[in-house]
Design a protein around this ligand. Structure first.
Ligand code: E4P
Length: 222
């Protein structure tokens, strides 16, 4: 399963990328707006940090033509291993196959139902992004929806992958991992919660104390 970081905060991306084998970074208009800086400048800085790992950036246009124009601008100015995020609106579905025909990689986003995901997969998108926590907020069915989407893609032999998004806790991450989605995108807080545990820190401290009690203050075994 691939781990992506769901943020446009440069400091957080640098910190996480220095430690974890991230598959890339995802952004959306809300995440970008939190940084209060130029859209393309932020994306270029992210690209410089993550190199050719995946960068998912969302269009703002609402009509099919506007979506295509936004996607072309992103492709031209950012390029590389770029995934154009397109919400599954009526115009979004229309734009998806057109973007694929232009050779772009596409992530269908703002997905709340298995039906939306299967339709987007039929439009030829590379990833579908169901919003787990937002689904949980209205129905508690977030994990079930992700499970249904992964099952549907397998049953119908769709090459589209599932990039589960919108997480508020590690339990949701554990549950969708078991559901078999191919990728998740999580905020820095969730990533560090997944990685760290106070008992791990206590265990390491205990190892060091026990070692030093016998072998002295030397820090390494060599
Ligand atoms: C993914 O890229 C989504 O835009 C994002 O995960 C939504 O998360 P939120 O529900 O925490 O805003």
């Amino acid at each position: 399963m691939l781990y992506l970081l769901d943020t446009a905060n440069i400091g957080e991306i640098e910190k996480a990328a220095a430690v974890f084998p991230l598959a890339g970074v995802t952004t959306n208009p809300t995440i970008i707006a939190q940084e209060k800086r130029d859209f393309f400048a932020i994306l270029k800085e992210i690209r410089a940090i993550i190199g050719e790992k995946m960068l998912h950036a969302q269009v703002l246009g609402e009509t099919c033509d506007e979506i295509i124009r936004d996607a072309e601008a992103l492709q031209e100015k950012i390029g590389g291993n770029l995934y154009i995020k397109v919400p599954v609106s009526t115009e979004g579905y229309k734009a998806m196959p057109r973007l694929k025909a232009r050779g772009m990689k596409v992530t269908a986003t703002a997905i709340y139902t298995p039906g939306q995901a299967l339709l987007a997969a039929n439009c030829g998108v590379d990833f579908t992004a169901p919003y787990l926590n937002r689904i949980d907020n209205i129905s508690g069915m977030g994990v079930t929806v992700v499970q249904m989407i992964t099952d549907l893609f397998r049953i119908h032999s769709m090459p589209t992958r599932v990039l589960a998004a919108s997480f508020k806790n590690v339990q949701q991450v554990n549950d969708v991992s078991l559901a078999g989605c191919q990728a998740i995108t999580i905020g820095p807080d969730i990533l560090w919660h997944l990685a760290e545990h106070p008992l791990t820190d206590m265990s390491i401290e205990q190892f060091n104390r026990d070692w030093r009690a016998v072998y002295g203050p030397g820090k390494c075994v060599y």
